[in-house]
Ligand binder design. Structure first.
Ligand code: SAH
Length: 260
C-alpha cells in the first residue's frame, strides 16, 4: 500500500489592523491572527511590541519605509501576498490603524480577489479615532458635531485633490468634525482652503504618534495652525482634528497650550 500524496494545505490571508500604536489597543482577533501566522508582511507604523505576539518561527517581512529604506512598491506587496498564500502559508498583512482607512487595504483586497482569493479582514482602531481620544475628547458631541469626516491631506497624484473650501463650508453648515490624515506637509494649503468656510478661531488639535510613548500634540486654532505647527516642531505621522469638539480636550492640556 502506498501513501497517498498529501494535497497542499490551502493558504489563507488576513488583513489585520494593528491599531494606532499602543499594543494594548489591538483586538483579540488581531492578536490571534498574528500568533498563528506563518508569514507576516508588515507596514510602517507597526511597533515591535505588536510583533512580539508573532510566533518565533514566523517569517516577518517589512514592506514599509523603515530605516529610511524606500517602501516596497504596492504591486510587489500584492505579489508577495499571493505567492505566500499559494504556497500554503497562513499570511497576515499587518497594517497600521484600520486596514480599510487610507491603508490601501481596499486595493489589496481587490487584487487578491482578482486572483481568486478572498481575504479575511480584521478591523483596527484607526489613528483618527484614537488621536483625539488620547487627549480626552470625543469626535462627536451633541452640542458641537453631529458627524465626522475622515479625509486625506495627501494630494492625489492625478486627481483633483480635496476641495478644502467646500469641505469647510459643509463642516460649518452640517456641524462636522474634520479628521485629516497625512496633512502635515500640506498644512498651508489645507489651512488656506478651510479658512474660506470656517472661522479663524475654530479649534484645532494636531496629534503626532498618538497612543505611543513618544506622543506629542499641539492645540491651536485654524488661523494659527501653520504658525503653531512650525513652532511645535511636530511632524508625521500626525492627525489634524478641526472643530469645536477639540474644546473637550482635558483641562491640563488646554492650560499647557495656553501657557505656551
Ligand atoms: N490605516 C491607518 C492610516 C494609514 S495612512 C489608520 O487607520 O490609522 C497614514 C497616516 O495615518 C499618517 O500619515 C498619519 O496621518 C496617520 N497615523 C497613523 N498612525 C498614527 C499615529 N499613531 N498618530 C497620529 N497619526 C497617525
Amino acid at each position: 500500500m502506498t501513501d497517498k500524496p498529501s494535497s497542499p494545505t490551502p493558504g489563507r490571508i488576513t488583513l489585520v489592523g494593528a491599531g494606532p500604536g499602543d499594543p494594548e489597543l489591538l483586538t483579540l482577533k488581531a492578536v490571534r491572527a498574528i500568533q498563528r501566522a506563518s508569514v507576516i508582511l508588515v507596514d510602517d507604523l507597526v511597533s515591535d511590541a505588536i510583533l512580539a505576539h508573532a510566533n518565533p518561527d514566523a517569517r516577518i517581512t517589512y514592506v514599509g519605509k523603515r530605516g529610511g529604506c524606500k517602501s516596497t512598491p504596492q504591486a510587489t506587496i500584492e505579489q508577495l501576498m499571493l505567492e505566500a498564500v499559494r504556497a500554503g502559508e497562513d499570511v497576515v498583512r499587518l497594517k497600521g490603524g484600520d486596514p480599510f482607512i487610507f491603508g490601501r487595504g481596499g486595493e489589496e483586497v481587490e487584487s487578491l480577489r482578482a486572483a481568486g482569493i478572498e481575504p479575511i479582514v480584521v478591523n483596527g482602531i484607526t489613528a483618527g479615532l484614537a488621536a483625539l481620544t488620547s487627549l480626552g475628547a470625543p469626535l462627536t458631541h451633541r452640542e458641537h458635531a453631529q458627524g465626522v469626516v475622515f479625509v486625506t491631506g495627501h494630494p492625489q497624484k492625478n486627481g483633483p485633490g480635496v476641495d478644502w473650501a467646500r469641505l469647510a463650508a459643509s463642516a460649518s453648515d452640517l456641524r462636522l468634525t474634520l479628521v485629516i490624515y497625512m496633512g502635515i506637509s500640506s498644512a498651508p494649503r489645507i489651512q488656506a482652503g478651510l479658512l474660506q468656510g470656517l472661522p479663524a478661531d475654530t479649534p484645532v488639535a494636531v496629534i503626532e504618534r498618538a497612543t505611543l510613548p513618544a506622543q506629542r500634540q499641539c492645540l491651536t486654532t485654524l488661523g494659527e495652525l501653520v504658525h503653531d505647527l512650525a513652532n511645535s516642531g511636530l511632524g508625521s505621522p500626525a492627525i489634524v482634528v478641526v472643530g469645536n469638539v477639540v474644546l473637550g480636550v482635558k483641562a491640563a492640556l488646554r492650560e499647557l497650550a495656553a501657557a505656551a
